[in-house]
Design a protein. Structure first.
Length: 552
């Protein structure tokens, strides 16, 4: 007894016992030994007994059969040690000392021709290849019919439609051309697959669930499947909904495009009404390929629409944020003021406000940065501004304002939403400063002589706890002194090496430019930031508020 060791052009090698009186080799499911090689003919070669010997013959294949490197003309005797070359596949004749366990490839053909798995990519590539090598007009005719059908499907699916409508149209075209009783499309979602669309002829419920094994083979591995008898295929042993429904025949193809597998389409039928064959599998693979392209385009269009929506939201958020910033700064006698907010790629929710109170004797400064990004941050900024206005205007000190605003902000927002803030009251006649730092970056006080002080935290961020209390401190602005308030978009700007700009660099710039105008100081800070970042995009807005007591 001989054993055939098959090394297919695609896939893993496998063994097959040479039994019976004859064995036909080819790429068709009708062949006794089916090999996954797109250049094989459907029935390529035959091995048969002649007395006590085994013979081989080519069955008129378009690419021929070689025995030990020489073309077979007519018939040729084969024995152990011989090699048959069939296109890109090799069948070696071995002595079968003991029965060889069937491999997965052998099992697929040993199931009594009931199940066929083929790589979808190879099936798509093979169609034009088969037709171009065929001398028979029926091969060209089949290709022409298929191209006409696919062109019709392209035209049908080319309209700009929603995803669900597209899925329904794909199933409708499948029913038109393949006439199944039931069909379903499964799409990939969060690492798994779900039934996104289904269709059934009148009288059928279409409630069956495909086996996970089949979904894995088709949707994950990109294999086309033809199951001629569900009852004899162990893959469906646990698919009771299929077995109990009377389904006998099944064909499935992956929704495959250059980006990968989007899912699969499966069609089923009862044997006495419709039995699928290999040409149906090839047709469904072609249909699935066209459908996948349109599904990908529809998905990309939906993603583009979502991006546009998000861009509009960011634009709105930026408008909200800008509207909260002072349109122009007030005039504080004896002092110079500068306020600047430079947006990054989106919005961060920075806020700065300057309030005159107590009949002009005091000026209240607020610089804040709310948590989060985007439109949610912009709305939280608006809420913070509204909550702070009342306590500031009635004359509360900065620590009391922080406490009142924090309590209300906590009650109105999620626990993860909060704000850091620097609040300071200036007595413009004396230069006295009374400040609270609610978890914010330390403001930098640059003395006229070049000394620097950092006004660090005196409490936690606003809105983080419902019953938080805040401390405060006092200092004094002499003539020529400069107070620099800012948000972390400046100090957390990163270089290509992912190093942060930091407070030390900002302090050094402020000290170096202490005798220059506030506009020049602001421009120098921005120049230093850009030189440091070296075109790394700024991840956050950069807000800078500078107060200087004039020397004159």
């Amino acid at each position: 007894m001989y054993r055939l060791h098959v090394v297919p052009a695609h896939g893993d090698p496998f063994d097959r016992l040479l039994e019976g009186d004859a064995l036909i080799i080819g790429r068709s499911s009708e062949a006794d030994l089916m090999i996954a090689d797109r250049f094989l003919s459907r029935q390529h070669a035959r091995l048969f007994r002649q007395g006590d010997a085994w013979m081989a013959e080519d069955l008129g294949s378009r690419n021929g059969t070689l025995l030990n490197g020489k073309p077979i003309e007519g018939t040729a005797k084969i024995t152990a040690g011989d090699d048959l070359q069939l296109c890109g596949s090799v069948v070696s004749i071995k002595v079968a000392s003991s029965p060889a366990p069937p491999s997965s490839e052998a099992s697929a053909s040993d199931l009594g021709k009931h199940t066929v798995f083929r790589r979808a990519v190879e099936l798509i590539d093979s169609q034009s290849e088969i037709a171009s090598h065929s001398d028979a007009p029926d091969g060209l005719r089949r290709l022409a019919d298929r191209m006409s059908m696919l062109n019709d499907i392209h035209l049908t699916l080319s309209k700009s439609i929603e995803m669900q409508e597209l899925l329904d149209m794909v199933l409708a075209r499948a029913f038109d051309h393949l006439r199944p009783e039931e069909g379903a499309i499964y799409l990939r979602d969060n690492g798994g697959f779900y039934r996104a669309a289904s269709r059934a002829v009148p009288g059928q419920e279409g409630t069956y669930t495909l086996s996970t094994t089949l979904i894995s083979e088709v949707a994950e591995k990109g294999m086309a499947a033809l199951v001629l008898d569900v009852e004899t295929d162990e893959r469906f042993a646990e698919a009771r909904s299929i077995l109990s429904s009377g389904i006998q025949s099944l064909v499935a193809a992956p929704l495959l495009d250059p980006e990968g597998t989007l899912g699969m389409i499966a069609l089923t039928s009862r044997a006495h009404l419709r039995r699928f064959d290999e040409s149906d599998m090839e047709l469904l693979v072609s249909l699935a390929s066209v459908a996948a392209m349109h599904l990908r385009n529809t998905s990309l269009a939906a993603e583009a629409a979502e991006r546009r929506r998000l861009e509009e939201e960011l634009k709105l958020a930026r408008q909200i944020q800008v509207a909260l910033l002072p349109s122009e700064l007030p005039t504080v006698p004896g002092y110079a003021l500068l306020g600047r907010n430079l947006p990054s790629r989106g919005v961060s929710g920075d806020l700065y406000e300057i309030f005159e109170r107590n009949e002009g004797r005091e000026w209240f400064f607020l610089v804040a940065d709310v948590s989060g990004k985007g439109i949610a941050a912009a709305f939280l900024t608006a809420s913070l501004e509204a909550l702070a206005a009342g306590p500031i205007e009635v004359g509360h000190p900065p620590e009391k304002v922080s406490e009142l605003v924090g309590r209300r902000l906590f009650m109105r927002t999620l626990p993860a939403k909060y704000a850091t803030a620097f609040l300071v009251v200036l007595d413009h006649e004396t230069g006295n400063l009374h400040y609270t730092n609610a978890g914010h970056n330390p403001s930098i006080l640059v003395r006229a002589n070049g000394d620097c002080e950092r006004l660090g935290p005196t409490g936690m961020p606003i809105g983080l706890m419902p019953d938080a209390t805040y401390g405060s401190k006092k200092t004094h602005l002499e003539k020529g002194d400069t107070l620099v308030m800012y948000t972390d978009g400046i100090t957390e700007a990163e270089s290509p090496e992912e190093e942060e700009f930091g407070t030390d660099r900002l302090e050094a710039v402020c000290c170096r430019c202490r005798d220059r105008s506030l506009e020049e100081l602001s421009e120098e800070v921005e120049r230093e930031l850009k030189d440091f970042a070296r075109e790394v995009p700024f991840a956050d807005d950069r807000t800078l508020v500078i107060l200087r007591r004039e020397a004159g």
